[in-house]
Design a protein around this ligand. Structure first.
Ligand code: TNX
Length: 519
């Protein structure tokens, strides 16, 4: 068959056009990938016409200290590429993790990442920095890289030079495992999900009226009896010390430090039910499976209360490699103001005695804490005299304003899960505030960082956790990590949209907010 000269010209033109379009599309896709990293990096330079593809012959190279991080990266990449991706301490092309030669600006958690035609180099001064660089690399790859089954390539990273480091040292997520208990696997999955966005603290709310979730050898009934139920009356549960330490180690390998919380003097019905002597009247109340707050208190006037606290904090501190231990202190409406102060004055030194720094819900600011104590602001106003006074004395403040950062608030009135006492928090509301000047008297330097608490009165499953955290948690992570100069809702919502296919590939159950144009 003969093709007419006219037709062949049209065909050639068509082919050329297709070629051009696909090159243009590829360039566009590359630009989109570079611009879709959350949290937004400090500095990103696209290198046009350069890219690197991970192939069957790609090697992952890391110096001695970096092999742990390299192996975690290889685990993610092997699942979806099906490639061998051997990890070794050799030098050469491919993906290379280096603990030397980084720009000192990267500090303790930052990194430099460069994509050339022959490979991807990540440089940092610590394994934390290397880990953060590898999370950025995941986001520079196509979404299918997150799949748990083998996908067809290419797996291409656009040419780029990135320099990145955090704005705040503390970027946290809190999970309430007391109202509903979540087994270690669910907690570990949440660690994976938050670490992708460079969140570096996981605060576990381990005790509340409805349950005590951590084994304490010197007071065994706390876990075995106090942990035996949960909201709604289900079986509850608790972490053995081995399980808890395993969670802590799993998190640490992903640059996430666990902050354990034992709430006191209120929110203690599970403890009071487990040991009669902790009650002022010597009578143990029944276990509680409702959702009221503010009705329980440890007995502030009894010596045994402080022996109990000393034992619990000693055992908890021994399981805590991180610097912080959270003592709760919120909503102590069954404790008088004077008793509250007297109680905290005895508890702060116990935390110090076991080598930790106390974090407390911002109610602790009323007890004039030593400057080492960190009040965690959970109010719904932008001024609080006790908190600003503490900041004025030199206390660092952790920012979790309930009407911005609470991941258990409903998105809209139609959200099936969650509460709304602090308001509805759509994606934009959760993103549009500045932790460095939100609270009067608490400026950039007084703010330690941000944390998104997820209370679980209405949250029962891994899917419920994900639905409330995604897509809001990445916004908080960006508030904690990215320089304020990068804050821009219009650009952010495009970056966020690009996460949708990643979450789909990972099987993350997320809320399809109508504020975002999901692809
Ligand atoms: C208030 S916020 C609480 C928690 C509840 C939460 C529900 C805070 C420090 N205390 O006990 O679970 O509201 O949103």
């Amino acid at each position: 068959m003969r093709t007419s000269p006219w037709l062949s010209r049209v065909l050639v033109a068509g082919l050329l056009l297709t070629g051009l379009t696909s090159a243009a599309t590829q360039a566009q896709a590359a630009a989109a990938q570079i611009d879709s990293v959350i949290p937004a990096p400090v500095s990103v330079q696209a290198v046009p016409n350069v890219s690197y593809s991970i192939t069957a012959s790609t090697q992952i190279r890391a110096q001695a200290g970096g092999t742990g991080v390299a192996t975690l990266l290889a685990d993610v990449l092997r699942r979806s590429t099906g490639f061998a991706l051997p990890v070794s301490d050799s030098t050469g092309d491919g993906v290379s993790l280096q603990l030397s030669g980084a720009d000192p600006q990267v500090g303790a958690e930052g990194y430099q990442l460069e994509v050339t035609a022959t490979g991807v180099t990540i440089k940092a001064t610590t394994t934390a920095g290397l880990f953060n660089g590898t999370q950025t690399l995941r986001e520079l790859l196509p979404a299918k890289i997150e799949a748990s089954t083998v996908q067809s390539g290419p797996f291409t990273v656009p040419g780029a030079k990135i320099l990145d480091y955090p704005r705040f040292a503390y970027r946290g997520a809190m999970l309430d495992v007391a109202r509903h208990f979540f087994p270690p696997d669910v907690v570990k999955r949440y660690v994976d999900e938050i670490a992708l966005y460079k969140v570096n603290y996981l605060h576990l709310h381990l005790t509340d009226d409805q349950g005590w979730r951590i084994a304490i050898d010197s007071w065994p009934n706390l876990a075995t009896y106090g942990g035996s139920t949960q909201v709604g009356g289900g079986p509850g549960g608790y972490y053995t010390k081995a399980q808890y330490s395993d969670i802590v180690a799993y998190a640490a390998a992903r640059n996430v430090t666990v902050v354990p919380e034992v709430d006191m003097p209120g929110h203690t019905n599970a403890a009071l039910a487990s040991y009669a002597q902790l009650n002022c009247n010597g009578v143990a109340p029944k276990l509680y499976t409702g959702t009221n707050v503010g009705f329980s208190s440890l007995c502030v006037s009894k010596d045994v209360t402080y022996q109990f606290i000393d034992d619990v904090i000693r055992e908890l501190a021994a399981m805590t490699p991180g610097p912080y231990l959270h003592i709760g202190g919120d909503e102590a409406s069954s404790t008088s103001a004077a008793d509250y102060k007297a109680f905290m004055a005895k508890v702060f030194p116990i935390v110090t005695k076991y080598g930790k720094r106390a974090v407390g819900w911002h109610d602790v600011a009323k007890a004039t804490p030593p400057t080492s104590v960190i009040p965690q602001f959970w109010g719904t106003t932008t001024s609080d005299s006790a908190v600003s006074a503490a900041a004025g004395r030199g206390n660092k403040v952790l920012q979790s304003p309930a009407n911005k950062a609470y991941l258990d608030m409903k998105y809209t009135s139609g959200t099936p899960l969650g509460q709304d006492w602090a308001g509805k928090i759509e994606v934009r509301t959760g993103y549009d505030w500045n932790p460095g000047n939100y609270l009067s008297g608490v400026g950039e330097n007084a703010a330690m960082g941000v944390e998104g608490p997820l209370w679980t009165e209405t949250i029962r499953t891994r899917q419920d956790i994900e639905f409330m955290a995604f897509p809001r948690l990445p916004g908080l992570a960006e508030l904690g990590w990215s320089p304020w100069s990068k804050h821009n809702w219009t650009a952010y919502k495009q970056r966020l949209a690009a996460q949708g296919p990643r979450w789909q590939a990972m099987g993350v159950n997320f809320y399809r907010s109508t504020q975002i144009t999901w692809p």
